[in-house]
Design a protein around this ligand. Structure first.
Ligand code: CO
Ligand code: CO
Ligand code: CO
Length: 329
């Protein structure tokens, strides 16, 4: 069953509402619904299985991951609701409380208000948020706005998927996991607010489909080709070593399969390097397309705000008949 085929049927029906500004078609991070000429709602929901053992940190990462989809549209989070799929057995009440405390800490940091939630009994623990934000309808960062000539900026390192999986297998040291968790728990708030000081054309966040999948989402929606330089992409070098040791996530292979018809590698790439491009991310960074002349200034502003790794990673070129993603050595 291909779920996207089923969902498409509903997309057509939803289109008849003129106030639906961003719906299903562009594979965007969140839906946007116009309230007035100057104000629209941004709505998203996302929940994940534990990525770390510490319940508080898991709550933080899950919440940062959920809220990120509002930032990826250029929005400001307003309210949040807890989505709790909690097992009846096998986890104690204090741990569940710590998950919610972790989530709450990020909701507050985002300047949003927790307004409720919903709990379901589920054998496998999952937690996340539904988030509602506000946005100016004239400044929506959809996936469809990237233009040839733009430069591309990425704000967090890639490679968290194999770090999480590698840690479960005892192959990733605690120190490496801690570093990755710090990034995953970091809100994309500063990245979003700093981006909005400039004139960005498109934005998305890098999550489960990996850099390849989300970059391609932008390339297809914008009908352009994205050209990235591998050496400039922020990454955990240790992730390449983990991949070399045979670590792969449960979705790495399908991420590659989905991307491969539109993904090209120019130059000599090791197998590890190609797998890193499709590595699924949790609470990854913003991937921003903006005028070339503004890109270096955005990176310096991000650095000045305490982000040491934000970088210009590539450029947007015309589709020439077929949108796609090209990785250069
Ligand atoms: Co997203
Ligand atoms: Co999402
Ligand atoms: Co977006």
């Amino acid at each position: 069953m291909d779920l996207s085929e089923i969902v498409k049927e509903f997309a057509g029906a939803a289109k008849t509402d003129p106030n639906l500004l961003v719906g299903f078609e562009t594979g965007d991070d969140a839906g946007v619904y116009r309230l007035t000429d100057d104000l629209a709602l941004v709505q998203t929901v996302d929940y994940i299985t534990p990525v770390v053992d510490d319940p508080f940190l898991f709550g933080q990462v899950a919440a940062a991951n959920s809220i990120s989809d509002v930032y990826a549209m250029g929005g400001r989070p307003l309210t949040a609701m807890n989505c709790c799929n909690f097992p009846a057995r096998g986890i104690d009440k204090p741990s569940l409380r710590r998950i919610l405390e972790g989530g709450f800490s990020k909701i507050k940091e985002a300047g949003a208000t927790l307004v409720g939630g919903h709990t379901v009994r589920d054998d496998e623990l999952k937690y996340g948020l539904s988030v509602t934000g506000l946005i100016d309808p004239k400044r929506i960062m959809t996936n469809a706005g990237a233009r040839a000539g733009d430069h591309l900026v990425l704000t967090k390192p890639i490679g968290t998927g194999v770090i999480i999986t590698g840690h479960r297998r005892g192959l990733a040291p605690e120190e490496l996991l801690d570093r990755a968790v710090q990034w995953m728990a970091t809100l994309n708030r500063v990245a979003c607010e700093t981006m909005l000081e400039f004139n960005p054309h498109a934005c998305t966040d890098i999550t489960g489909f990996g850099l390849s999948g989300h970059a391609l989402g932008m390339a297809k929606a914008s009908n352009v080709r994205l050209r990235l330089r591998f050496k400039d992409i922020p990454k955990y070098d240790e992730s390449l070593e983990l991949i070399a040791q045979g670590v792969a996530t449960s979705v790495t292979a399908s991420n590659l399969q989905v991307a491969q018809d539109f993904l090209t590698f120019s130059g000599r790439f090791s197998e590890e390097e190609t797998w890193l491009i499709v590595d699924p991310q949790t609470s990854g960074g913003l991937f921003i397309s903006l005028p070339a002349e503004e890109a270096p200034a955005l990176v310096s502003r991000l650095r000045a705000q305490g982000n040491p790794i934000a970088a210009v990673v590539g450029e947007v070129v015309p589709a020439d008949g077929k949108p796609g993603l090209e990785i250069l050595k």
